[in-house]
Ligand binder design. Structure first.
Ligand SMILES: NC(=O)c1ccc[n+]([C@@H]2O[C@H](COP(=O)([O-])OP(=O)(O)OC[C@H]3O[C@@H](n4cnc5c(N)ncnc54)[C@H](OP(=O)(O)O)[C@@H]3O)[C@@H](O)[C@H]2O)c1
Length: 217
């Protein structure tokens, strides 16, 4: 059985962790500290296949790792894994570089927008890791249940390693995604992250976060 690590104790980390447990994976949730309250709460009801630990412990003990950390702190969180511990592993990055400092709606952090991205920054930080960007442009409940909006949308994926993209695509299929579009190397993260401003407007305009982009062709 594959061991999947989750970097992040927020709603996204918890939602993905619970779905992976349902699918039969062993899941280890990580945070900056080994006794994080949210992680302990999750562990208390998550069952025998769940564990918690630090970002570093999660990275050492997992084959595939989801980055579910706050965008502005994601690079720091990845550094705390020990970088070396991520070597030759798949790191699925679904974080968004959002700046909430001026309230809602958030804006993209300029240093990660347009000609750079969080996906590329993380790949640069851990060059021997297979960083795959996906899922960042849907709400976390939709991430793990593609049909939640009523019908399945399209899911974008990018990264430098084809085999890793195939592995992650199988996982996405387990979440219900059946129209997965490979946008190429990790620099496609730029466009995927720049979908956030339009996603936020769609959320406001439709009154629901249970929506997805669907590419008709
Ligand atoms: N909400 C959604 O539906 C949705 C959809 C798409 C993408 N996303 C993206 O998913 C990510 C997670 O979102 P979230 O709302 O679940 O959680 P969040 O509150 O954005 O992030 C929580 C995690 O970030 C870590 N963190 C915070 N500050 C840190 C620092 N200075 N150094 C290192 N780590 C730090 C926390 O560590 P501790 O555990 O130690 O506190 C925690 O594990 C974000 O990047 C978000 O943009 C969210």
């Amino acid at each position: 059985m594959k061991k999947i690590g989750i970097l992040g104790t927020g709603i996204v980390g918890k939602t993905i962790a619970n779905r992976l447990l349902q699918l039969g994976y062993e899941v280890k949730m990580g945070s900056r500290t080994s006794n994080n309250e949210k992680a302990l709460n999750w562990l208390s009801t998550a069952g025998p296949n769940a564990q918690i630990g630090t970002f570093e412990e999660v990275s050492i003990q997992s084959d595939i790792i989801f980055n579910c950390t706050k965008g502005e702190a994601a690079e720091e969180a990845i550094r705390l894994t020990g970088i070396e511990n991520l070597k030759s592993k798949i790191l699925i990055d679904l974080s968004n570089p959002l700046d909430f400092s001026k309230g809602m709606p958030p804006t993209l952090i300029p240093q990660y927008a347009n000609s750079w991205s969080m996906g590329e920054a993380i790949q640069q930080l851990c060059p021997d890791t297979f960083v795959i960007k996906t899922l960042n442009m849907v709400n976390c409940e939709v991430m793990v249940n593609a049909s939640l909006p009523g019908e399945n949308g399209s899911m974008f994926i990018c990264g430098n390693d084809s085999e890793s993209k195939k592995t992650v695509s199988k996982l996405l299929q387990e979440f219900g995604w059946n129209d997965i579009i490979d946008l190429g190397d990790i620099s496609a993260s730029r466009g995927m992250e720049m979908l956030l401003p339009i996603w936020l407007r769609l959320w406001k305009a439709t009154g629901t976060g249970h929506l997805a982009f669907k590419i008709v062709r």
